[in-house]
Write a protein of this length. Sequence first.
Length: 404
Amino acid sequence: MTAIPHILILGGGLAGLAFAVAIARAGEALSGASFKVTLLEAQSFKSGTPNPLDTRASALNLHSVALLKDWDIWSSLAPHCGVIEDIHVSHRGHFGSTLMQSRDLDAEALGFVAENHNLGRYLLERAQGLGVEIRAPLKCTSLRTDQDRPALETEDSEVLEADLILLASGVTPDWFDDLGISIQTRPAHTHALVFNAVFPGRQAGCAFERFTQHGPLAVLPLPSTSRHEQRYNVVWSVSETEVDALIDLSDEQFCGRLQEAFGWRLGAVRAVGRRSQWPLVRSLASEQWRAGFLLVGNAAHTLHPVAGQGLNLSLREADLLAKTLIAAVTSGQPLSCISSLRGYLTQVAAEQQFLASSTDLLATLFNPRGVLLDSPRNASLALLDLLPGARAHIARLGTGYRHA
């Protein structure tokens, strides 16, 4: 291990930046030394503000907010976030619904919604402020396992070595083969259709989870740009056979289809933004460490977006890894050694399995199964609204503090 431990991160998306901030922030606590953190990103970081109708967003649970506070980011980000005070859960075309409220937990909110360009900007600024070396645009062309330490080669034929290399994104299938790591995938035969929508009225801080024939339709509150309109980020699970047709509809036709699926709880859909889609495939790496390379973020796992837990899981893992690296350096253990990372790997494997199983269950819970099963399930949803203790327990799971 070098005198100042060097961590190299491949991928400058939200997960990669979060790991950079967490590790560099933890390094400040080391006496007489710190971490050298280098982040490589293949693309230039974007600047400016996109059209409010065309932004993309991520849900942040309360545990993630606590981490962002600890990393000195939340105070800058918070004014630009939508607040989730309540979550309304319903099943399209069936009786029964429930409303989970922040007051059930005696909390200010159940979560928040951050637009990705804002979260990315503040993570990048914080990383730079902590001394993280940002190299972008710079593409990695291969991983090098023939060196004394883990290394990678860039498009400029430069070989970069480090004590530990985190692979956060941009990992090609042959790199997994080179590392001897397999990816376990489970296709859902549905696609996520993502866009922003505008409804009349003032933003009330309520998120909606509406279960449809092909999966959940999540409607998440964003900061409003007008006192008379509410802006929401929508993640709609649709069949793989109809996604292209929905994408190609005119805005007016698409608003009609959204209205039909979501209903009228927020009034008439006034406008929708640019639509994007991707297939919903749950994936987990069979292993996450090999010879000084550590898979993190989407390179290690992808989850169904039904509960918005993918980014929250990455933030939790970034915090766990930073604490693990501090312990390793303090005890004089090399960072690329499996014994230094075993505790981290055990913890994140349990977290990933729990969230993968939970989101898979939630994504398919309301799929049609026949009247003998559908009726008791819908009755349970209605009954949940009469049981504040059970309702609070479910709401608490979503805050990221499930062990509380």
